[in-house]
Design a protein around this ligand. Sequence first.
Ligand SMILES: [Zn+2]
Length: 184
Amino acid sequence: MCSSDSGCYLAFPGCNIIFVIREQGRAMSNKDIRLMRDTVQLSLDHVKKGGIPFSSLVVTKDGQVLGQGVNEVSKSCDPTAHAEIMAIRQACENVGSTNLSGATLYASGEPCALCYMAARFAGITDIVIAADRHEAASSGFDYRWTYNFFENGQPGAGVNIQKLAPENAIEPFETFSAMHRRIA
Ligand SMILES: [Zn+2]
């Protein structure tokens, strides 16, 4: 039974995946699981190349990937070059429009306030995350302060956020921590 604001935990049949459904979100499918695995893998690959563990895909209802992105803040010297924004930029270029309504944004880590707003400006209202703001914070990426710009710390009505965590949802964060412990 789903009765709380924070959603409920369910086991996906036939998988080791645990996910949280908020009542307002659409039902998750095998396609969502596959796309989230791809998103997490993209993050992991980026971490192994020296990046930070954030990645994102923008995908149509039919499963067509319109855009993908990783965090390029340092590389491009652009404080707005977050993974979700990079994915949204690429998707907009691909469709020749700033309207991505109907698409879903997948993110390896919960979007910060900036990225939630970017998604909203692009008309995206379905957002699926692998790791939430608290998991990111415990791995050293604490951007929870950005949510102070939202009432109640949430991005507002009409935005559906669901957590869909593959078995390796936290692996990009753990790998990043391990790599940087070694360096330090
Ligand atoms: Zn962001």
